[in-house]
Design a protein. Structure first.
Lengths: 214, 414
């Protein structure tokens, strides 16, 4: 989408033109979803959070500074609504899955040929508290201090959650690797039992629907 | 080693997740959901747009209501008295005083001072620091006893004067010109001579304190309030400014309803015409008015309904009942004539309770400063449902409470 076209759409959205809103929504659906999917546990949740984000975009579009990149503004809103969602589910986030992280031996993770859907599925399998910290630290690049302030948690908690998230992810990657030597963690044909145990729910969906449909 | 590995892991996810190979496909049903949200918002916006305006108007009305309530009384009294005074003149211009007859209240014992004044007025005594109130007395030299009462009410009083004067002009006895020309001899209501006497129970006006029902948060909140208010009996023309300080606890019942209660210490001074003061004691000379000062504890139980809530701003309206416990009441009697003999003051130290004797009406604007603390402004009106205090006065109060609120459960909602 060209710059001019985007600005035209935004002007339409400022006037609360429904057609322009829909076009903007469609144009940035994939981008917004990719952010929300990382923070959410599944696609439905992600879509709900994303809609909250777009709702904010459309109701506050007049505060958008047109000289700044729209994508960055939109991305920030999506991240913020995701964090809001996390905070709204705070209790759940901390009550689930609090067992101490097992020690996982480090292997060479980088070389694993895992695709986007594989990795997304793994992140989504993390408990929400771990997932949120991992997203903010590893992907968005925030420091633990910043994360602590954003999530209203201690720096220590942030560090601990990140550590546990990493441990769990490593475990998942190793299992995926040991389960299938194939190139696609997600091809689903030869899961061994342990992998199915970990990934059964989302993996089936991922396989059937390119990772997003149930 | 470990760190590097962690970094490698982070990078693996960062690289791949930031650049999705196949982005989530667009779903029409997602848009439908969003559209529904937008429609709902639009509809609500229409109403909400007016809410702040409506609420502001309601708040102003509330304040006005107080004045309005009192006004009618004042207006009534004054004209009446004025006319009465005139009539009396005609009948007995010579003089001095038929205080009683002029007094609408028919207080036979009124005499002396005012009557004297009436005479004096014609003679023209030194006009002095007569306040407008005093001027009234001119017209009302004959209004003696009532005079004071009405006189006390300031603003309108002046009007009465005029009426009274006009009315008088036809009176043969008085030379109207003279009358008018002569500077009105003031009856010093203000200078009131206070002759002490102990007796009468002065009713305590119901003092309203600032009942804050405002819930700053839907759940539990603690507020510290301070409220200057205006107290008056029958009229705010005699109003005096009182103060209230207190602590309120509020709890969200449902989504929009809040119930609040607490304790406020109120110091309510007020001035009232003697006619409003009920006592069995017979004053040798009736005072012109009574200045009272009551200290009490106000225990409100209010319910509030939130009409607007957006961003950090909330507007709610509320009503409820107040009970209070009188801690101390004191009354000072003011006489028209400095030399009159009568009680000058009276104290009621005992404490007595009046339960649910006052109706609270209020509107609250709250602004959340952060998740824990908010400030609020609450115009309110307190109307007496029963006579309260030793003197059985119906005291109305209006004011604006300013409060600082702490949300007790803010941690549960970041």
């Amino acid at each position: 989408m060209g710059e001019e076209e985007l600005h035209q759409l935004i002007r339409g959205c400022i006037k609360q033109d429904r057609k322009c809103q829909k076009m903007l929504y469609k144009a940035f659906y994939g981008f917004s979803m990719s952010i929300c999917l990382r923070y959410a546990g599944n696609r439905d949740e992600a879509a709900e959070v994303m809609n909250q984000g777009f709702f904010k975009v459309f109701t506050h579009i007049d505060s958008y500074d047109i000289t700044r990149p729209f994508k960055a503004w939109l991305g920030k809103i999506m991240m913020n609504v995701s964090i809001d969602f996390y905070r709204a589910n705070l209790k759940m986030a901390y009550t689930e899955d609090l067992e101490s992280a097992e020690h996982v031996s480090d292997g060479d993770m980088v070389d694993k040929n895992l695709n986007y859907n594989d990795l997304l599925a793994m992140v989504q399998k993390l408990p929400q508290a771990y997932r949120t910290v991992f997203n903010l630290f590893a992907i968005e690049g925030y420091s633990h201090e910043e994360i602590g302030a954003m999530l209203n948690i201690n720096v220590g908690t942030s560090k601990s959650n990140l550590h546990k998230a990493r441990q769990k992810l490593k475990l998942m990657i190793l299992k995926a690797d040991s389960g299938t030597n194939s190139n696609n963690y997600n091809n689903g044909t030869n899961y061994n039992t342990s992998i199915v145990a970990i990934n059964a729910t989302s993996m089936n969906g991922v396989f059937l629907n390119k990772g997003f449909r149930e | 080693m470990n760190k590097e590995n962690d970094k490698g892991l982070d990078n693996l996810f960062k690289k791949k997740l930031e650049d999705p190979v196949d982005q989530a496909g667009y779903k029409e049903e997602d848009w439908a959901n969003l559209e529904q949200m937008l429609d709902k918002h639009k509809k609500r916006r229409g109403i909400i747009y007016w809410l702040p305006i409506i609420s502001s108007v309601a708040a102003l009305l509330l304040l006005f209501l107080g004045w309005w309530n009192f006004r009618p009384q004042v207006v009534h009294h004054n004209p009446k008295n004025g006319f009465l005074a005139v009539n009396h003149h005609k009948q007995s211009h010579t003089g001095t005083g038929d205080g009683p007859s002029r007094q609408p209240i028919n207080q036979k014992h009124f005499q002396t001072n005012n009557a004297d004044y009436a005479i004096n007025t014609t003679i023209n005594k030194s006009p002095r620091a007569s306040k407008s109130i005093i001027k009234l007395s001119v017209a009302g030299s004959r209004r003696n006893s009532t005079g004071p009462i009405q006189a006390v009410t300031t603003g309108k009083a002046t009007r009465n004067e005029d009426e009274a004067l006009l009315a008088e002009s036809p009176v043969p006895v008085f030379e109207s010109e003279q009358f008018i020309a002569v500077p009105v001899n003031p009856i010093y209501l203000q200078n009131k001579n206070t002759n002490p006497e102990t007796n009468a129970a002065v009713p305590e006006n119901v003092k309203i304190k600032a009942g804050k029902q405002a819930a700053f948060r839907p759940r539990f909140a603690l507020s510290v309030l301070a409220a200057p208010d205006i107290n008056g009996v029958g009229s705010f023309q005699e109003s005096k400014v009182g103060t209230n300080v207190g602590l309120l606890f509020s709890a969200g019942l449902f989504k929009k309803f809040t119930i609040s209660t607490g304790v406020l210490y109120s110091d309510k001074p007020y001035l009232t015409a003697f006619e409003n003061y009920h006592t069995q004691y017979q004053f040798p000379v009736n005072p012109v008015n009574v200045a009272a000062n009551c200290q009490m504890l106000d225990i409100p139980v209010n319910i509030g309904y939130q009409v607007y809530n957006k961003h950090q701003n909330k507007i709610s309206i509320g009503t409820g009942l107040s009970s209070y416990i009188m801690l101390h009441q004191s009354f000072t009697f003011n006489y028209a004539n400095p030399y009159s003999t009568g009680p000058s003051n009276f104290n009621v130290p005992n404490s007595s309770g009046y339960f649910f004797g006052v109706l609270n009406l209020n509107a609250t604007y709250e602004r959340q400063l952060n998740s824990k603390v908010g400030i609020s402004f609450q115009p309110y009106l307190k109307l007496p449902l029963t006579n309260i205090g030793y003197s059985q006065v119906r005291l109305q109060t209006t004011g604006v409470a300013v409060g600082l609120t702490w949300n007790l459960n803010s941690f549960s909602k970041p």
